[in-house]
Design a binder for this molecule. Structure first.
Ligand SMILES: Cc1cc2nc3c(=O)[nH]c(=O)nc-3n(C[C@H](O)[C@H](O)[C@H](O)COP(=O)(O)O)c2cc1C
Length: 490
């Protein structure tokens, strides 16, 4: 049987030493500042940080940063064996082979769940009762939704989408949401607004980590993240029917905010420091975004508000995003029937999107270019650099990848540039002036992509210069002979 929701997952990783309990830290810049510093400069692996006794809030009203940012947290969430191994490529292979055998499982409607321990309607609605962090010094507000899962239903087909879209607190009963153009959530929203209908929406926080993992990666349009998360767990996610919206709400979530967005009703949102490490939307300007008018707030007793801290890398949610997105790119390569893929990694240096490395066993002329082009476009609107390396390079190790780039690629031969590729307003290489024209009237934004073929040249790969490195056999011998010395040094 799988763990039941966020709280159960937390208990498991806490038991196994994966949680640091912290008391008395302020919501105003302090919690997120600590999470950012620890993620970048702290000991590895990073524990999940559970903040309690937050000044101005009742004891028990907690926040958590860095969820799933350790192999323990991630493996527990995805129910993968750790086997003492923390090597990412083996874990990614384990994840992919697990999911290959899994079918999506639709959610199960239940009549009650812990999220209903407190149900606030009418005058009792107050989203300010939770210790939402102000995340960065230049941010324009407090964000209740970062490590959240936003639920919407397609008005034409009834398909339910779940995506991670940031949500800023405006006042007791209003929240602003930021959904990038082209996202499934934006396509659904535009359908309601084109019909001049309000859009029911729910912001779920502290959801089952398997559901969060499903929500932060592109699913085929029409496949619900609820079903995919059920497939991860091998049993359905339990949902209750939202009292105000009828949407399926995770029964074990910590907090759910239900409401509606109305066509044309916008409010200034941001600025907010983002995943690429910049205020990349429109710099420090506020941008009008849709308002959620809150109809119900549901929460568990002593709720835990899960948070993510976007920043210059590495950040407190690098591991889950790099891991899950790399799995998605690898799936696309396999679906496109590209053979010989040995590893894929979406590097945090590109915000887990702008820099992808693919390792292949070269089999035919043009194989590396084919792999590079498909991997590049598999990142949707977010790709930029894709590096293809040989099978002896670990795609998740940037030092090895850059060694291959600087020694096996020759710029005139090995770099290809694609123009007019998809992009969006999160792209820090597009000027604010260009972006400002996007919203009214709608104007597409283009990017460009680069593929670096850092494989040994196919035609003479067998004659390529031998690598200078201790062989695995000799390494094993040495490590056995000088066991004690290596124990001290490694
Ligand atoms: C912490 C975090 C915050 C995110 N914030 C946003 C956001 O504010 N807007 C957005 O469009 N995408 C955001 N994303 C990316 C989307 O979740 C991701 O693109 C996902 O695939 C969107 O779901 P969709 O494909 O169903 O639209 C965020 C991802 C993470 C992990």
């Amino acid at each position: 049987m799988s763990y039941k929701g966020f709280r159960d997952w937390l208990q498991i990783i806490d038991r196994d030493g994966g949680v640091k309990h912290i008391s008395g830290v302020d919501w105003n810049l302090e919690m997120s500042g600590i999470a950012e510093i620890v993620a970048r400069e702290g000991k590895k692996p990073m524990p999940a940080l559970l903040f309690d006794d937050i000044p101005g809030y009742p004891k028990g009203y907690r926040t958590m940063c860095g969820l799933m940012n350790s192999p323990l947290g991630l493996a527990t969430a995805l129910e993968l064996p750790l086997d003492g191994k923390t090597d990412m490529m083996s874990m990614l292979q384990g994840w992919r082979s697990k999911m290959r055998g899994r079918q999506p499982i639709p959610p199960k409607l239940v009549t009650s769940g812990p999220v209903q321990e407190n149900v606030l309607t009418g005058d009792r609605i107050d989203v300010l009762k939770f210790p939402s962090p102000k995340v960065h010094e230049l941010d324009g507000g407090r964000y209740i939704g970062t490590a959240c899962a936003i639920i919407q239903k397609d008005p034409d087909t009834g398909w339910v989408n779940v995506g991670v879209y940031r949500s800023m607190v405006i006042d007791r009963n209003r929240v602003a949401i930021h959904i990038l153009e082209g996202q499934d959530g934006s396509i659904i929203m535009n359908k309601y607004f084109a019909k001049k209908q309000p859009m029911p929406i729910a912001i779920a926080i502290g959801v089952d980590p398997a559901l969060w993992a499903a929500s932060l990666v592109k699913m085929p349009f029409g496949l619900s993240e609820f079903d995919y998360a059920g497939g991860i767990k091998g049993e359905p996610i339990e949902v209750i029917k939202g009292p105000a919206t009828g949407l399926p709400l995770p029964a074990h979530a910590e907090i759910v905010i239900e409401g509606e967005c109305y066509p044309g009703e916008l409010i200034d949102e941001g600025p907010f420091g983002e995943w690429q490490g910049y205020y990349a939307n429109l710099g420090l300007k506020k941008v009008p975004e849709p308002i959620v008018r809150v109809k119900t707030v549901l929460h568990r007793n002593d709720p835990i508000l899960t948070c993510a801290t976007p920043a210059a890398p590495p950040k407190d949610y690098s591991l889950p995003v790099c891991f899950i997105r790399a799995g998605g790119v690898w799936d696309t390569l396999e679906a496109a029937r590209v053979p010989g893929i040995k590893g894929v990694w979406n590097h945090d240096e590109g915000g887990s999107w702008y820099l992808t490395a693919v390792s292949i066993q070269q089999m035919y002329a043009g194989h590396s270019t084919q792999a590079g082009m498909i991997a590049s476009l598999a990142t949707g609107a977010f790709g930029r650099y894709t590096i293809v390396v040989d099978e002896d390079i670990d795609a998740s190790d940037l030092s090895q990848v850059m060694w291959a780039v600087s020694t096996r690629s020759s710029p005139a031969r090995s770099i290809q540039i694609m123009k007019n590729t998809p992009s969006n307003s999160a792209d820090p290489t597009i000027s604010p002036e260009e972006k400002a024209k996007v919203k009214v009237p709608p104007k597409p934004l283009f990017g460009s992509r680069c593929i670096i073929d850092a494989c040994r040249p196919f035609e003479w790969r067998d004659e390529f210069y031998p690598v200078t490195r201790v062989s695995p056999e000799y390494k094993a011998q040495l490590m056995e002979k000088y066991k004690n010395l290596f124990k001290e040094l490694m």
